[in-house]
Design a protein around this ligand. Structure first.
Ligand code: 1GP
Length: 247
């Protein structure tokens, strides 16, 4: 089974999936093995690994440690071309479709594609949409793109439909890591009503209840990063997993 098929199976079996974001710059490598084991036991369905920058230069090593300590899929969520590695199960091949910066629509992808092919790494094409989360996030600054305004649901729907017609496999509604406000439930609801792609929602999600509401609105996968970095107890991971898993 491919990693993408595994994600679809998680959605089918559990109602929705819980994806935990690991930023190698923000985690103590000594604590990583135990943390990954605990997070897996607590109900994490897959790990996303990446960050806007990569200051630590430990990307391959971090991926290898995560792989050694979990059976869950380990998927690269790249901040740039340097975050391509054969140690992962797959990579989200992101197109920042909410922006109009050609580097993030095709430039980086052209640089990364030959490397990904050579590595025989599974690429999951993903329409990545930045939604205003009430503050300037690293994605907005680094990509030099404007987020979609929170109340412009129709604009979000049109972008999602474009992603579907282009033939992308997934859609990621992103408020940005550490966003003040997560993607509005109303936007998730409208996008998933009109667009048939499975939708990942992340950025600024603080509580299990908030995560549950995104699932109720139609999200297939929920991502948390910051909240678990700040409070890495497995009981919180479990609360998120229970809130997200509806079956
Ligand atoms: C960021 O969607 C992810 O790309 C997670 O965001 O760190 O705010 O949970 P947080």
């Amino acid at each position: 089974m491919t990693t993408f098929e595994q994600l679809l199976k998680i959605k089918r079996d559990r109602g929705a999936g819980y994806l935990l974001l690991i930023d190698p710059d923000k985690i103590d490598p000594k604590k990583l093995p135990a943390f990954i084991r605990e997070a897996t036991n607590a109900g994490t369905d897959a790990f996303l690994v990446g960050g806007s920058l990569m200051l630590s230069n430990e990307f391959d090593k971090t991926l290898a440690i995560i792989k050694e300590n979990t059976k869950a899929p380990v998927i690269i969520f790249p901040g740039g071309v340097s975050q391509v590695s054969a140690e992962a199960d797959a990579i989200l091949f992101l197109l920042l479709i909410s922006g109009r910066n050609p580097d993030y629509l095709i430039g980086n992808q052209v640089n990364a594609a030959p490397i990904i092919k050579r590595m025989e790494l599974e690429a999951i094409s993903t329409g990545y949409m930045l939604i205003d989360g009430g503050n300037v996030t690293s994605v907005e600054f680094m990509s030099n793109t404007k987020p979609i305004p929170r109340e412009k649901t129709d604009i979000a729907v049109a972008h999602a439909l474009a992603a579907e017609l282009i033939g992308l496999k997934l859609l990621y509604l992103e408020a940005g890591s550490g966003a003040k406000q997560s993607v509005p439930d109303a936007m998730v609801k409208k996008v998933t009503k009109y667009c048939s792609l499975p939708v990942i929602v992340g950025g600024g999600i603080q509580t299990p209840e908030e995560a549950k509401n995104k699932v109720k609105a139609g999200a297939s996968f929920i991502v948390t990063g910051t909240i678990i970095e700040e409070n890495s107890h497995s009981s919180i991971i479990q609360e998120f997993a229970n809130a997200i898993h509806t079956s």
